[in-house]
Design a protein around this ligand. Structure first.
Ligand code: PLP
Length: 486
């Protein structure tokens, strides 16, 4: 028996340095790995010892297993050849900020349990709101403010809960949820809204999916009709979830038209800008937020496109009192003078979990490192690269563009049947050279190509297009004319 099993300070220092070195090497060599992990189900587990270790072993013994056993089962989300889904980019400053946050290991549930954890978060989220030119109503200096949540899914749940309580005069929390409540989102809204409706006890059946126009954006006239019908049937419309940059096609619901409808019917307006919100760092892309002044709540994920590692979902509300009243429960053991003074934010009241870590540090690191200028530079670069890719697709008669592509997501397909497109995506992803994902648009299997990885540059997008073009030729027996040269 030893007198202590803890890592010594010297061991911690040495191992920590090794991990940073290892990560720096990993980033430098990331392109040599297949982007999409090729392992079969259970392959990773089968490589691990069946039984847990009874005695500990030195870091130098178990750390190499990461490269041997874990790395083959990793899909390389940070590869510059990752074009699937939406990005979850993680620039180096955010990794370091997160490391510091882990090391400080704070529990910022109350202001008093870690004042800096709360105050840095409030402050950085106000910075961010100004960086995105969000309406003043969403800043902490007004009646609103921002909080970091783990995910857009959780943030949208909180928006639904606040809306539910507002609509029922805070009675649902005490007496259960009324069955007449109805919410609205477009047919293109993220699945998290449906999940949140289930979790909030209102039920997926009470979520109306509103038709979209040819650009996949919610039709305000269809929303108005649905609300009018529900009211006529004695139901209680209470919540509209809009999307700024839908998952399948990056469509933008027209807030400037939907906002007045929500105001007229006294409905809570939530805006889910999960990935696209980041574009508003650049003044020329702020059209995406037209009408945002009508929003009761807004969420965007810095952990998607803003170079901040997961999890860092930035959730803003215009009326924090409603959110807090919807979520607060104050047991004796959490009572303290600062809370009672009313002069501080206790972020535990802004979301479901009680405990919370110091996530604002990684955002602080990112903003300090890049500055607004650096962030704008890289967002613009991603959009420029995506637009180049779009022009190559557009000029190639074998392909068709399936949705407007004003930013960094291009939806396209080979003209013809789904089978050829399914084969194309399968060959591309199996090559290990890149990773793309798909959506089904107007019934057709469509390839999504999203540019947003931290280190994606022109050569990666060019190589991707060359591969797409040559695999397409293998499938349909016709070469394209527009592939950029090597
Ligand atoms: N909303 C939209 C529009 C999304 O595209 C996504 C994920 O891609 C989400 C919400 C869910 O994001 P999270 O993983 O942060 O819950």
């Amino acid at each position: 028996m030893k007198s202590s099993y803890h890592m010594t300070s010297a061991e911690f220092r040495a191992a920590g340095r090794q991990i940073i070195d290892w990560l720096a090497d990993y980033y430098a060599q990331i392109e040599k790995y297949p982007v999409l992990s090729p392992v079969a189900a259970d392959e990773v587990r089968a490589s691990l010892p069946a039984a847990q270790p009874e005695t500990g072993c030195p870091f130098d013994v178990f750390f190499p297993e990461i490269a041997e056993k874990i790395l083959p089962g990793i899909t390389h989300w940070q590869s510059p050849n990752f074009f699937a889904y939406f990005p979850a980019n993680a620039a180096e400053p955010s990794v370091l900020g997160d490391l510091l946050s882990s090391g400080l290991a704070q529990q910022g549930m109350l202001w008093s349990t870690s004042p800096a954890c709360t105050e840095v978060e409030t402050h950085v989220l106000d910075w961010l709101a100004r960086m995105l030119a969000l309406p003043e109503s969403l800043l902490s200096t007004s009646k609103g403010g921002g909080v970091i949540q783990d995910s857009a899914s959780s943030a949208s749940l909180c928006a639904i809960l606040a809306a539910r309580e507002r609509a029922t005069n805070f009675r649902s929390n005490d007496f259960g949820v009324r069955e007449d409540l109805v919410a609205y989102a477009s047919t293109q809204a993220h699945s998290s809204i449906e999940k949140d409706m289930k979790v909030a006890g209102i039920g997926a059946r009470n979520l109306r999916l509103i038709d979209v126009d040819a650009k996949f954006a919610m039709r305000p006239d269809a929303l108005e009709n649905a609300i009018t019908e529900d009211k006529a049937a004695g139901r209680t419309p209470f919540f509209v979830s809009t999307t700024i940059g839908t998952t399948s096609t990056l469509a933008f619901d027209p807030l400037a038209e939907i906002g007045p409808i929500c105001r007229r019917h006294n409905l809570f307006l939530h805006v889910d800008a999960a990935m696209a919100g980041t574009a508003a760092l650049c003044p020329e892309f702020r059209w995406i937020h037209k009408g945002l002044e009508f929003a009761d709540s807004y969420v965007f994920d810095a952990h998607k496109w803003m170079f901040t590692n997961f999890d860092c979902s930035c959730f803003y509300v215009a009326d924090r009192a409603t959110l807090i009243r919807s979520l607060t429960v104050l047991p004796e053991y959490l009572r303290n003078q600062a809370t009672e003074s009313g002069a501080v934010f206790d972020y535990r009241d802004w979301h479901v979990p009680l405990g919370r870590r110091f996530r604002a540090l990684k955002l602080w690191f990112v903003i300090q490192h890049y500055g607004v200028e650096g962030l704008q530079f890289h967002v613009r670069r991603h959009v420029e690269l995506a637009q180049k890719f779009r022009s190559w697709v557009d000029a190639d008669p074998r392909f068709e563009l399936m949705a407007p592509a004003p930013l960094n997501l291009i939806c396209f397909r080979l003209k013809g049947d789904d089978a050829a497109n399914e084969q194309l995506i399968e060959r591309l992803n199996r090559s290990g050279k890149l990773f793309v994902s798909h959506a089904r648009l107007i019934g057709k299997f469509t390839i999504r190509f999203c540019v947003g990885s931290t280190h994606t540059e022109l050569q990666h997008v060019e190589a991707a297009w060359r591969l797409i073009s040559s695999e397409a030729a293998n499938i349909i027996g016709k070469a394209g004319a527009s592939a950029p040269s090597a």
